[in-house]
Structures are given as structure tokens and as C-alpha cells.
Write a protein of this length. Sequence first.
Length: 182
Amino acid sequence: MRAAVRRLGRGVAGAGAVVTVAVAGWLVWLLPGPQMAAVLGFGPVDGVVSIHRCYEAADAEGYTTGTDCTGWYTPRDSGEQGREIVLDTADEKYRSGTDVEVRTARGKAYELSGSAVFNFGTATGLLVVPFLTLAAWLFSCARHGRVEDGELYFLAGMVGLFAAMVLGAVAGMLVGIATFVF
């Protein structure tokens, strides 16, 4: 009886680890994934934004999130209509009339910029790390067949969150330097 309960516990913990990783992947795809892909330049350019004006954007709490620009979007696809659009986290404050090649995601335009890579890269890391920490703990429980002490996993999760912020900042700086040089 005890062996059957142990096998059941191992199976539940293993399944929990797999489900946790799947949920993390789904949330990344759902939340920052499309914007991150657009910011990193995956896929062809969707169109061009002719800038009208740029301004310092703020989040709900009033903190500055970077430069946003509004302008007229002209898509590369002839079947799509042009429209007014926001260039989210622009690389710089563009002058009126400047044309910027962009990729679109969720109704906004994005270009390769260090601040955008920092914002979306950090958001992705902060979203993924807790799920991966939980999945690692569940996998360890499944592997050993008992509930493992979670203190080291909690500490690893805190280190992972810090590392996600540092990696986001480093990636943002590297992209910023690269866009400045090239």
C-alpha cells in the first residue's frame, strides 16, 4: 500500500512539474511573447511608421517607461489598411516626419531598442523564474518520492529573479550599443 501511494505521489509531482512548465510557456506566449519577438526583430518588417510626435510614456503608477511615438502606419502588405499607431518604447525621440521600419504586435508598433529589450526581457524573466523554480521543486519531489525541503529552491528562485533583472539590463545595454553603432 505504501509503495502504491509513493508511486502515485511521484506521478502527481512529475505531472505537476510538466504542467507548471507548460503554464509558464503559455503565459510567456500570452503576455510578453509577441512583443518580445517584435522587439528582437523576428520575422520580416511589417511596415513603416511615419512619426507625428514622440513623448515620455508613463505606466499606471506614473513611472517613466521610455519614449513612445505616435504616427501613421503604412503596412508592407497591400491588403492591410494604414492607420494611426503607437510606436512603443522607441529607440529615440524621433523628429516629426521620420520614417521607422517596425514590426507589430497586439496593435502597437515595435522597433529594436535597448529599453524595449530590457522591459520585455525582464518581464519574461520575472514571469518564468517562479514557475521554473516550482517545477524544479516538484521534479525533485517526484525523483525522490517524498516532499523535499523547499528552502534552497526558494533561495534559487530569489537568485533567479535577480539574475533575470541583471540579464535584462545587460541585454538592453548590448542592444542599445548595437543600435547606436550600426
